[in-house]
Structure formats: C-alpha cells, structure tokens
Design a protein around this ligand. Structure first.
Ligand SMILES: Cc1cc2nc3c(=O)[nH]c(=O)nc-3n(C[C@H](O)[C@H](O)[C@H](O)COP(=O)(O)O)c2cc1C
Length: 390
C-alpha cells in the first residue's frame, strides 16, 4: 500500500488538513518525553479514551433545505465579542514544545479573536504575556500549600489586566500519568533512553534548549525550591506542592483577592455546578483535565446537558476534554455550552510550527464548525440546539 490512505507524512502545517495531521507533525518534531507529557492520560487512560468515545457517539439529525448563507461563528463571552465559541485551555510547560510557547499561543488566540488562558505553571511570566501578546487573557490558578503564591498570582494578574481567573479544582491530588513517568529515573531526572531520544531531535534541541536554555516555571520561580523551577522534570516535583485542603469555602478567600470574572475549572456534577453558582462564581469549566487526573471518570460532554439545564441561566458554561473537530464543538454548543476550550489541539499546532501552527489549528476548527453549521441548517452558533443531536 505505497500511497493509499497512509498516515499524514507532510512536514509543513500548510498541508495538514486536520488536527490529527498537526498531531502527526508534532509527534515527529519533539522528543518522546515532551510528546508523552502532552499526550498522556492517567493510569489506564480510560478517561482519556472516554472523552473521544462520548463525543463520537453523539450523532447529528440535520435540518434540510434551510437558507444557510451569511453564516457566522461570532458569540459573546462575559459580554465581550469572540470571533468563535472557542478559547485556549491552560497548559503548563508550553516552552518545552516551542521557544516562547505561551507567547505564541497567546498571540495566535489574540489574532484570531478568542481568549487565551495562561497556566500557573507557565514558562513565561504573566506580565510578559500581557505585554508581548495582548488580546483577551485569562489566568489559571493552582493553589499550592504556600497560599502566598496564589495571592501573588492573583494580584499580578489583576494588575496586568487579565479578565478572568480559572481556579482549577481537580488537581489538588495529582493524577498518575504513567507513560510520562516512565521517562524519568526519579523526579526531575530523565532516563538515559529519553535523553538519547532527545538528541535525535537536533532542531528541537537547538530551538528549545540551546537558544533559550531549559524552560523554567518563570511565573512562580521565586517561590520554588532549588531545582524545581526547571520545566524538565518539574512536572514530577511541583504536584507535591499542591494544596489538598482546599474546599468551597476557599472561594470566598479567592474572591477577596480577585476582582475579575471567576470560574471553577473541574466541575462535573449538577450539585457542584449549583455550589459554584451559590458561591458567586461567574462560570464553570466542565472538564476531566483532558483525562490526566481521575481515571474512569465521565466525559464532560455526558453531563453537559443536565448541568446546562440546572445552571445555564446563572453561569457561563465552558467545556473541554477531547475536542478535536468543529463537529465536536457543535455538539457541545447544541447541548448548552457557551464556549469550548481546546488543550491538546492547540498544543499540536504549537509543537508543529509555533504561533503559525496554533493559528492553523484554530482556523481548522473554525472552518469545520462553520461547515457543520451549514450542513445542519444553522446560520449561527445560537441556532444549535439539542434536537439536532441523537
Ligand atoms: C500538556 C497539558 C498541560 C496541562 N496543564 C494544565 C495546567 O497547568 N492547568 C490546568 O488547569 N489544566 C491543565 N491541563 C488541562 C487543560 O487545561 C484542559 O483541561 C485539557 O487539556 C482539555 O483536554 P484536551 O487536551 O483533550 O483538549 C493541561 C493539559 C495538557 C494536555
């Protein structure tokens, strides 16, 4: 089978047709340990698989012979216009995939007209992202045992003009990503085969390690013990610093320090969604952390309908985990989500070709969503509703 239906073999993003093609370019461009950090899920990866299975199990029932000219993807989130119902999810260690990864992601989002969420574990200081990328910026918050770190991030993000804070609630006990761990001899120390594999990616070595030095957790490095600030292996050290005592009563503490929009990222039940609304949050992110935390967890798309029915009029509902196609996005909007966040889909673009690659990923998703709208007999994302799904 020399040429029929082979996996995508191109090197340039311009020829990539979909997110899976970008993933293939990314897989070849970065060393195995960096790709595995992005790709892996927790334990048996049952949650990771479920995210895709649950989305693919939903099928469309289109309306036919409807005028679908003049379609638009525009929407509003927190009373501000977005060019599409998308946002980039917070991901740590972006500098390991591409030099200045956070800035490349934020610039692509700003150019496209959607929000970018910066992780607490970013490799760029939040002030630098605000100065060099601009656009609509959201800040993700991990709360560590030393609460001063969270207070510092909230004060700095507010001063730098970040619009929203996404407080991640599903990672205070860290997931076991076994494929990621296998690359390390001990926390922070890569095994020899992983080092040798990295040597076989000279372009990555030059761009990421030699030109810029080993990426560091610049956002919080002032608070980290010696050796923990390095992004190579830091992901195996930092989780031990996370605060396991955090509860709903701490929302009041966050509110005292954060003046902007507040979302809890990690809600998957109607009860928790109601708690978030009662606690005065502005929104929730339905997520299982892209399958990286609790294994054998439901997919957010499975619980979206009931949560939207319960709190959709009180909270902005954002969803992520497993979104790789415009059709996936259409399904979530039809079931009541206001916006979809993309994690790995954007990272594949970043690893493949920096800002250009991220932009390509966003364009792909938008073009696909626009096509699905038309094929469903819809002219805007507001026309999507549950009766179009089975
Ligand atoms: C490499 C990687 C790093 C991540 N880092 C964070 C993080 O620092 N904070 C956070 O709240 N979520 C983090 N997440 C979870 C994402 O925000 C998002 O919930 C998830 O990626 C969505 O699933 P998807 O990758 O299938 O789109 C990370 C995900 C990935 C893949």
């Amino acid at each position: 089978m020399p040429w029929k239906r082979r996996p995508f073999g191109g090197r340039g993003c311009a020829r990539a047709l979909n997110i899976a093609d970008l993933r293939e370019i990314a897989r070849r461009r970065v060393p195995g340990f960096a790709f595995e950090y992005v790709e892996g899920g927790a334990e048996d990866e049952a949650t990771l698989r479920r995210n895709r299975e649950a989305l693919s199990a939903l099928r469309f029932v289109p309306q036919t012979l409807v005028d679908t000219s003049g379609r638009s993807l525009e929407t509003t989130v927190f009373d501000r216009r977005s060019s599409a119902p998308l946002a980039i999810a917070p991901t740590g260690l972006n500098g390991m995939l591409h030099p200045g990864g956070d800035i490349a992601l934020a610039r692509a989002a700003a150019g496209f007209g959607i929000p970018y969420t910066l992780s607490t574990l970013s490799t760029t200081r939040l002030e630098d992202v605000a100065a060099q990328a601009g656009g609509r910026l959201w800040m993700q918050l991990y709360v560590m045992k030393n609460r001063v770190i969270a207070e510092d991030i909230m004060a700095r993000a507010a001063a730098a003009g970040f619009e929203a804070l996404l407080f991640t609630s599903d990672a205070n006990v860290f997931g076991s990503r076994e494929w990621d761990k296998r690359n390390y001899a001990r926390p922070g120390k890569l095994r020899l085969p992983a080092v040798l594999d990295a040597m076989r990616h000279p372009r990555w070595l030059i761009d990421v390690l030699l030109r810029k030095g080993i990426p560091q957790f610049h956002n919080i490095e002032a608070f980290l013990p010696a050796g923990a600030a390095s992004a190579v292996g830091g992901s195996t050290i930092i989780p031990q610093m996370f605060e396991p005592t955090i509860t709903w009563t701490d929302i009041a503490w966050i509110r005292r320090h954060w003046p902007g929009k507040l979302l809890v990222k990690g809600v998957l039940s109607v009860e928790d969604a109601r708690r978030a609304a009662d606690a005065g949050c502005d929104g929730i992110v339905l997520t299982n952390h892209g399958g990286r935390q609790l294994d054998y967890c439901v997919a957010p798309i499975e619980v979206l309908g009931e949560i939207a029915a319960a709190v959709g009029d009180r909270l902005t509902i954002i969803i992520d985990s497993g979104f790789r196609r415009g059709s996936d996005v259409a399904k979530a909007l039809a079931l009541g989500a206001h916006t979809v966040m993309i994690g790995r889909a954007a990272l594949y673009g970043l690893a493949a070709d920096g800002e250009r690659g991220v932009r390509r990923a966003l364009d792909m998703l938008a073009v696909e969503l626009d096509r699905v709208l038309g094929q469903l007999g819809c002219r805007s994302v507001a026309d999507l509703r549950a009766s179009l799904l089975r």
